[in-house]
Design a protein around this ligand. Structure first.
Ligand code: FMN
Length: 221
């Protein structure tokens, strides 16, 4: 499955089956987590058959059920760690989707993770993982022209990028971002407004935009 197909198929899933993630898939996920950790200067760990993190009152309140596997994204604080966590975390999510696994980002509605952090690192976010009881449903979208005002006059790659960005998960589906087309095939992606999760969202949105538009077609401004 290509990443663009994974974008189409991915929706947040909060209820999981008992089926464990197979050894071969764990090896792929662990290998990819360590590659992304290097590329993004992060510490991405996957925990398997560890039900306690999503067995809290908050997690149940957030409608999570039977989450036994999750990824934890940790890193050193330098002002860019949230956007990097969003970008590299979403690559991980999409890889999991290509393996037939469902997922859900979780900033708030989970308990304490069992990730082993290194000195100076802080936990940025958690992603629930596993075989879903269902595949989730597409989220509602804001008016695309309000998020990407240059859409109509933009080239095809820009439209494809925006389309993929609209399918990106954002915290409480807030979609508080904008994508502007600039001269010289440059694109400016910005978070709009205030909120602690906006930078994470922005990293996720940029990841989707790149996959949709094709990295070779543009540069980030
Ligand atoms: C940064 C971030 C944090 C999130 N935190 C939570 C959370 O704490 N609890 C939860 O149930 N969903 C959480 N979500 C999932 C969003 O609610 C979901 O992505 C959004 O409603 C869009 O739906 P979709 O993922 O099905 O496209 C989070 C998503 C993102 C991107």
């Amino acid at each position: 499955m290509e990443l663009i197909e994974a974008i189409e198929k991915r929706h947040s899933v909060r209820q999981y089956k008992d089926a464990p993630i197979e050894k071969e898939k764990r090896e792929i996920l662990d290998g990819y987590a360590s590659l992304l950790s290097k590329q993004g200067d992060l510490n991405i760990q996957v925990l398997y058959e560890e039900p306690s993190c999503f067995d809290s009152r908050l997690a149940h309140y957030g409608k999570f059920k039977n989450v036994k596997n999750y990824a934890v994204i940790a890193g050193k604080k330098d002002g860019s760690e949230k956007e990097r966590a969003g970008y590299y975390g979403e690559l991980f999510v999409l890889k999991a989707q290509t393996l037939g696994l469902n997922s859900c980002w979780a900033a708030l509605t989970h308990g304490k993770s069992k990730a082993a952090l290194k000195e100076g690192e802080k936990e940025i976010i958690v992603i629930a993982l596993g075989y879903g009881e269902n595949d989730g449903v597409p989220h509602k979208n804001k008016d695309v022209n309000s998020l990407a005002p240059d859409l109509d006059k933009g080239p095809e790659w820009f439209r494809k990028g925006v389309d993929a960005a609209m399918k990106a998960p954002t915290a409480v589906n807030q979609q508080k971002f904008s994508l502007k087309l600039l001269e010289g095939n440059r694109v400016k992606a910005s978070a709009v407004g205030l909120g602690t999760l906006l930078k994470l969202d922005l990293g996720i949105v940029k990841c989707h935009f790149e996959i949709g538009a094709g990295k070779e077609n543009f540069k980030w401004a």
